[in-house]
Design a protein around this ligand. Structure first.
Ligand code: FAQ
Length: 322
């Protein structure tokens, strides 16, 4: 597909045909014509999503060696491995838009690409493993269940599979939380402290409020997004507060109240200054996370070289045999 911004601006009849397909609820597939801007927006959003999954392995990976039992260790290893798989899956989906994965990885490693703000906070206690599964995977599910109906086919299909696994992660996290919440006073205090630290960052995962979201208008028009950031954040709060109450915990929000008229749990103001600092690279763990990714990338160089040499050898052999 040759980019042509002038034509993409609306003079091209293909834009109208494309938008008619979106309006009719059709799925856009890799070989279909699409406006250059649609392709760019998808590459941005999907690659940020893939980076988030991969960087998201780090906060939980930190606790694998310290899980309190073999059962907990096995399920945490499986969860972290799943997140890595989601990242690779979404990188593959992004490649269907004609971009090279190496380029995307370089953008992550040189700090020019974004990844979810949530993974720039430290995991200080075992209870964080429960709360991440419950709140962070829970927030991801709310966002991704809607993305499973996104207009770009490969992304939508990736979300269906990923959501199934995220649901399992959420249940695993909530089970850890429920166990600690009915444990000793020290265990209950530990899990309450984890909720206090992760609550607001989890709400920030949904992105800036709708009035400050520069990409939403375009993404909603093309049905890449089907709900706004604020709509999804509200849905998450409404789903989560009853779960908080069920295990006898609280969230750190003195303004939280149920509004019977709208059937919403209304929450207090989000600290957008903190959010902006984190996405600018100044959160508590941004530098540590990128350093860990760079180190892993360098350490994996020989594996990539070996895999490439192995693939080349096999291709050579099958050509010779043919
Ligand atoms: N963190 O105009 P908008 C997971 C940026 S996966 C960092 O509203 P948009 C699984 C945004 O990129 C979690 N940056 O943007 C897991 C934009 O910057 P740009 C990741 C953020 O795209 C669980 C600028 O702010 N999920 O958790 C954030 O319309 C447990 C303006 O924002 C996805 O990526 C943020 N929170 O809406 C793994 C889902 N929010 O690019 C391990 C797919 C916004 O213009 C353990 N993505 N920004 O420079 C989306 O749904 C959307 O991209 C949003 C943002 C909703 C994240």
């Amino acid at each position: 597909m040759t980019p042509n911004p002038a034509l993409d601006a609306g003079e091209d009849p293909r834009v109208a045909a494309f938008e008619a397909r979106i309006a009719a609820g059709e799925s856009i597939e890799p070989k279909d014509w699409m406006p250059e801007r649609y392709r760019k927006q998808l590459i941005r959003m999907m690659s940020q999503h893939a980076h988030s999954e991969v960087v998201g392995m780090l906060p939980e990976g930190n606790w694998i060696t310290r899980a309190p039992s073999l059962r907990r260790k096995m399920s945490l290893i499986a969860k972290v491995q799943d997140e890595g798989g989601h990242g690779l899956y979404i990188y593959c989906g992004t490649e269907t838009l004609g971009v090279d994965r190496q380029e995307l990885v370089e953008q992550l490693l040189n700090g020019t690409a974004k990844y979810s703000s949530i993974f720039n906070y430290p995991t200080l206690s075992w209870a964080d493993m429960g709360v991440i599964g419950w709140l962070v995977d829970g927030a991801a599910i709310v966002n991704q269940t809607i993305l499973a109906k996104t207009s770009y086919g490969p992304y939508a299909r990736a979300m269906i599979r990923i959501c199934k696994e995220e649901n399992f992660h959420k249940r695993q996290g909530y089970e850890i939380v429920a166990t600690l919440a009915k444990g000793t006073p020290a265990q209950k205090a530990m899990v309450q402290d984890a909720v206090n630290r992760w609550w607001w960052p989890s709400l920030m995962m949904f992105g800036p409020s709708d009035t400050d979201s520069p990409n939403s208008g375009e993404l909603l028009r093309w049905k890449v997004k089907r709900k706004t950031n604020d709509e999804l954040r509200q849905r998450f709060v409404n789903l989560t507060i009853p779960q908080v109450q069920a295990v006898g915990l609280t969230v750190p929000d003195p303004d939280l109240r149920y509004d019977a008229a709208t059937e919403n749990w209304l929450f207090g103001p989000i600290d957008w200054a903190e959010f902006n600092e984190v996405i600018r690279g100044n959160g508590p763990c941004n530098k540590e996370r990128l350093a860990a990714r760079r180190e892993a990338h360098e350490a994996g160089q020989w594996v990539r070289e070996a895999a490439t040499a192995y693939a080349a050898k096999h291709e050579r052999r099958s050509t010779e045999a043919a």
